[in-house]
Design a protein around this ligand. Structure first.
Ligand code: FAD
Ligand code: FES
Length: 281
């Protein structure tokens, strides 16, 4: 059982949870994730390790469906049944020169730990974070502390530059040399933004979020196409060379169970289902 040290809403439907998980905290590195199960009836969901402090790890999640909604209904002092991890390969942190770390929406959760690790290895780090509007922008202060320079964009112009993270990336590439880029966010945002670095051949990493079940390379549900190879995001990733990813296949596979997910959420909201927590009504 894993104690929830604290849980709070950072922005509408975006929750921050600190969980006491000493073995995960001890081994975890930037870019890795955990798979958690709220209780014995719960499904397994992967969440990125967003920060580590002592024996505790932080995850930041968007309440989009049944399990994330059930998790958001937990309170400090509650327990989670399983936290398996750290899983996946860590980010490829080394000295590149100048790096840009880009986060979109809940994907910003993964950025400070990567930015800090890159800085610790002697890189100059620029951060670009974007959200639909100012209210949905998370971790601004943490990113400001973790980067040498931070840029903010919102789709509606309510904060920072009116536009997309890709617009700022284009300008920064024109201004000077950039050696490596990380892009983390919704698949469509990673697809579009990585097209900016393709023609100028900048090393670009994306963190893929296909549906995962076991997280150990056994079930095949997380398979993604990287160049001409099929890989398993849980053990071969989740970070991959952006310019080799088949994003269209990723997005198609992410939508495979939309109908079932909708029904599960409806059931969760109507009944006291056994997914592992009070429902939100
Ligand atoms: C390596 C990895 C790291 C992730 N890190 C984060 C994170 O830090 N913060 C965050 O908000 N989300 C993260 N996700 C996505 C998160 O796992 C899903 O939002 C969550 O599983 C949704 O579960 P649900 O029951 O609430 O929603 P559902 O209604 O079941 O699903 C909503 C959508 O979430 C996705 N999803 C559903 N089940 C899974 C699953 N088992 N594995 C992966 N995706 C699924 C699907 O695209 C689905 O359409 C990550 C996914 C992966 C693969
Ligand atoms: S989640 Fe089963 S193989 Fe990756």
């Amino acid at each position: 059982m894993y104690l929830i040290k604290s849980i709070n809403e950072l922005a509408p439907k975006i929750w921050q949870i600190w969980v006491n998980a000493p073995h995960v905290a001890f081994h975890a590195k930037a870019g890795q994730f955990v798979i958690l199960r709220i209780n014995e009836f719960g499904e397994r969901i992967p969440l990125t390790i967003s920060a580590i402090e002592g024996d505790d790890i932080r995850c930041i999640f968007m309440a989009v469906g049944k399990t994330t909604s059930a998790l958001a209904a937990h309170r400090s002092g509650d327990y989670i049944r399983d936290v398996a991890g750290p899983l996946g390969k860590p980010s490829e942190i080394k000295k590149y020169g100048t790096c840009v770390v880009i986060g979109g929406g809940a994907g910003i959760a993964c950025c400070p730990i990567i930015a800090r690790s890159l800085k610790a290895d002697g890189n100059v780090v620029k951060g670009i974070i974007g959200a639909r509007n100012a209210e949905l922008l998370i971790l601004e202060d943490e990113m400001r502390d973790s980067c040498d320079e931070l840029f903010i964009t919102t789709d509606d112009g309510s904060k920072g530059v009116h536009g997309f993270v890709s617009d700022i990336l284009k300008t920064e590439i024109q201004k000077g040399s950039i050696d490596a880029v990380w892009i983390i966010g919704p698949a469509i945002m990673m697809k579009v933004t990585s097209e900016v670095t393709r023609p100028v051949k900048i090393r670009t990493f994306v963190s893929l979020n296909p549906i995962m079940v076991d997280g150990t390379g056994m079930c095949g549900s997380c398979r993604v196409k990287i160049g001409d190879q099929i890989q398993f995001a849980c053990v071969d990733g989740p970070e991959f060379d952006a310019h080799k990813v088949d994003f269209d296949l990723l997005m198609k596979r992410q939508r495979a169970y939309l109908q079932e997910e909708k029904l599960a959420l409806e059931y969760h909201n109507k009944e006291q289902c056994k997914c592992g927590g009070p429902n939100n009504e």
